[in-house]
Design a protein around this ligand. Structure first.
Ligand code: 13P
Ligand code: SF4
Length: 327
């Protein structure tokens, strides 16, 4: 047996002992996806976290995902194997205090000017637009969710905004998902100025280049990509939406505009089809922090436990529950 196989076996044994289930986001390393009980996009993993029977959830993803699992399943122990696995976009909006203006990411050049000063908070934008509902992308902290009316994911953003039936919404933190929602609903969207450095780096020139290199391939884009990229993609959807689309499509070749971790499952599920990354450097360093070793340590030492304080958990759960109630 290889070292990898031995470690995978050890994880499976320990998992049984702890009565644990392993959830892994679609961007996780291949070997981590392989030992997971469930893989999925943010919406699927939230639904699973809300309904599964187990004592421990090991969340292989980034911190806001483990927080959501803890919010939805407070009686379970939720463990995040790598405590520094975070989402820089989630940290771009705060309830109080300065947010992180992270402009330095390898391979990414921020070109716009920030709309808001560094100490501008969620409370400030709410004060500017009283009575306008706040739709928080799940890529936010528990504290931010607690101050929001409803959550959404990349899979259901349009549906969630439509469900509110208002002419205006505040969408945080992703300006690109906000633009996509505005384009696909009749709703005026007041957008926060956050972005995902992995998706926001893609330009229309990248799209043109990939199409020239792979003529005839179907191009799928994640709504965290810039609006001008989404507008020329063949289909815009969440990571699991891409898995479903590729499986049911007659097309044989695809260009994938999201984090490259998704290519593993796309290729595994569709051995007769060809998948190319839209850009090879669409890699989320935080999603890649979790390794088989960290999953083993997480189960062995039960670290790092993620627990949201009750005064934040209860209102944050309301925002998540409202989202999960929209069919
Ligand atoms: P989905 O898998 O929900 O499409 O989300 C993408 C993402 O960036 C999560 O951090
Ligand atoms: Fe955050 Fe982007 Fe990484 Fe997703 S891919 S966790 S949005 S930085």
């Amino acid at each position: 047996m290889t070292d990898k196989k031995i470690l995978q076996e050890k994880i499976l044994d320990l998992k049984e002992k702890r009565k644990a289930l392993i959830l892994a986001h679609n961007y996780q390393r291949e070997e981590v996806q392989d030992i997971a009980d469930y893989t999925g996009d943010s919406l699927e993993l939230s639904r699973i976290a809300a309904s599964i029977e187990c004592e421990v959830i090991v969340f292989c993803g980034v911190n806001f995902m483990a927080e959501s699992a803890s919010i939805l399943s407070p009686d379970k122990t939720v463990v995040l194997p790598e405590i520094t696995a975070c989402c820089p976009m989630a940290d771009m909006v705060t309830v109080s205090g300065p947010r992180h203006l992270k402009t330095q990411f390898p391979g990414y050049q921020y070109t716009g000017g920030y709309k808001y000063p560094a100490d501008f908070t969620l409370k400030d934008i709410k004060k500017l637009h009283p009575g306008v509902p706040v739709v928080a992308y799940v890529n936010t902290t528990a504290e931010v969710k607690a101050e929001s009316d409803i959550c959404c994911t990349s899979a259901n953003g349009v549906k969630i905004v439509e469900s509110l039936g208002t002419d205006k919404v505040i969408c945080i933190p992703d300006r690109n998902l906000s633009a996509w929602i505005a384009k696909n609903t009749g709703t005026e969207v007041i957008a926060w100025d956050g972005f995902c450095h992995v998706h926001d780096r893609v330009t229309t020139d990248d799209v043109a280049g990939a199409r020239k290199e792979h003529p005839g391939a179907v191009l799928l884009a994640h709504p965290e990509c810039r609006i001008e990229v989404c507008e020329i993609a063949d289909h815009v959807t969440s990571t699991s939406g891409m898995l479903r689309f590729a499986a049911s499509s007659d097309a044989k070749e695809f260009i994938i505009g999201t984090e490259t971790g998704l290519l593993y499952k796309l290729r595994k599920d569709n051995p007769d089809k060809i998948f190319h990354p839209l850009r090879k450097d669409m890699v989320c360093p935080n999603m890649k922090k979790t390794t088989l070793n960290s999953v083993f340590n997480a189960l062995d030492t039960m670290t790092y436990k993620i627990k949201v304080p009750e005064e934040i958990r209860a209102p944050a759960k309301m925002a998540l529950d409202r989202m999960l109630a929209v069919k």
